[in-house]
Write a new protein. Sequence first.
Length: 266
Amino acid sequence: MTAIALTIAGSDSGGGAGIQADLKTFSALGVYGASVITAITAQNTRGVSAVEDISAAMIAAQMDAVFSDLDVGAVKIGMVSRIETIETISDRLHDAGRQVVLDPVMVATSGDRLLQEDAIETLRSKLLPLALIATPNLPEAALLSCQPLATNRQEVIVQAETILKLGIQAVLIKGGHGSGPESVDLLLDGNSVQEFSMPRIETRNDHGTGCTLAAAITANLALGYSLADAIGLAKEFLQGALAAGRELHVGHGHGPVHHFYRWWNA
């Protein structure tokens, strides 16, 4: 049986994040990747210069085409910038019964906003309850929980617990925006708190790290791993991609991680 994962996200013309990063990650982990494009962005390593949303009708058509033919094991949701987009995806996923990883992309690494202000509440109410897990970074967790930016472990836990109350099964709050020698992610599922820690890597090539981690979790779920194992393996993959990415020379800003580090130098 071929493991299949679907990414529902925006296109990054620079190739480092979004649909492009997701499909690279799926392939690197041995999973067949399908895609539903929600928006087209004109961007590179320096930032986003333009965004054009795909119509709700076309998003629905893409999802219908994929689900009517492919045996999708897990779904990753990334950039969903508008209320109409969120409602369309929610309607199509409501009875799908698939493992859904929600990466609430709100602001790009460059600082450009990718989720409209009036769409945040719709994301909370429509998509969060359908997902197995959400993977917000610290700023995104603050927005989702309607609280100030967390500055310590206990505040992160409180925000995760707040997000869990919105109906999602688990929350992984990423520590990449934190400080200290270790990047610590906390997983809460309502029963326990699990910590996933990796040494922090100093690099300017960190574009697409959030997309890559969520896509790796999705791929591992499609391969049949438990949620905790899927996260642990995804963290290891991202750590290697970040370390190898320091040797890439792509663009003049925040370059991408190296998704195929296990293969290019083999």
